[in-house]
Ligand binder design. Sequence first.
Ligand code: SIN
Length: 494
Amino acid sequence: MQQGTDTVGQGIAGFTSPPTGMLVGGEWREARAGASLPVFDPATGEVVAAVADARVEDAAEAVDAAAAAFPHWSATSPRRRAALLHDVFMAVHERAEEFAALITLEMGKPLAESRTEVAYAADFLRWYAEEAVRVTGTFRTAPDGSARHLTLSRPVGPCLLVTPWNFPLAMITRKVAPALAAGCTVVLKPAEETPLSALHFAHVMAEAGLPAGVVNVLSTSRPGPLVEAILRDRRIRKLSFTGSTGVGRRLLALAAPGVLRTSMELGGNAPFIVFDDADVDAAVDGAVAAKLRNGGQSCVAANRFIVADSVAPQFVDGLADRLRAQVVGPGADPRSTLGPLINGAQRDRAVGLVDDAMAHGADPVVHYGTAAPGDAFLKPVLLDRVAPSAKIARQEIFGPVATVCRFSTEQEGLALANDTESGLVGYVYTRDLDRAVRAIEAMECGMVGVNRGHISDASAPFGGVKQSGLGREGSEVGMQEYLETRYASISAAP
Ligand code: SIN
């Protein structure tokens, strides 16, 4: 690694820093003409590494490698693919501290949260190691008896995986593990902000014995042209993307000419409803989890707290106390409970949304005072009585800013929850089982947390409806995203 990065692994026995090249066909390569992509520590704004900056020419070679590796990998026995994924799962666990240090370095979250991410990331490897040997088919007699119908699942082919910066490792394993389990090969383009975790993961996979070309990794400062070039290549058969709805729409358009299979995990605007019969203390605990995980930089972060009038004062007081108690500081400092946002621009965007909401009448119950622009830290904010039409209630905040609006009837609460183009997750707090079931059925989203503020799990189908995306990741459903159904009709004389 480059200047400044030798501190990454301090105190971690045997940690060799991640590679800084690009991985194509099993070879670590330097960039053409030495082009490099700087990696910043969000806590200091300093450059901590420089990695190879891939160009469009590299895209073609990465697709060559993924396409060349596909026949052999797809024919590799499920048991062998499972064993390899299991070995990678073990290696990630053994090297959890290295991964956690890298995640905190390049993304900023507190070390304790990075460790949780590593465990979450490893779970996808274990789940899909188990799933690899459970791909089934059917055999049936045609209704008129003249044929037998055989259905089987085949890997879709070489895939392009585009991952975000907010979970630099888990969003990679959530795509790579089912792709490999299904027999697909991949070109991975990690976020330009967080390439180190991706490169270290690729290194760990290669050490575990992954054949050349099965996983190829290109980091780049010019994601647009690179991704476009890969999607134009007809050998690529699938795109899986996690990121904003705006970018997702553009990628869907680019995937259309090749009629690619797509999985789109896009933005959210999660409602968090606290009904009048809720256990309010539990709701406050859930709210802290759903709002502050990753500093609010998650598509499943609670964006709008929708609280029954009768319990709103207790909920707002409880949440305000918990937000004031947060220790904001560098993720590497064990005292920090909230790290920096990914960069100053993200912070300024959140501040702009807060200012706008206040200009439109929101009540600042917890507020940072005058926020100096320029660094990436943001103290938590709690705004009460936010108008449902305010910008902050219509957009994904991606920061530690909680907004509350109040309601009086169940119907009104559910209508407010659904008043958005997004539909990823919703949270509901109630002690009434009938009401919980009504809410699960009425909420327009792919996932519902009932009396809990955390729903992410490798064994569950993660994904959204409306403009929050297409397809699911995790569980056996996530495996189907990398398989296509083939049907053979076999003539059979009666
Ligand atoms: C995301 O924010 O994109 C994913 C969060 C999760 O998997 O919990």
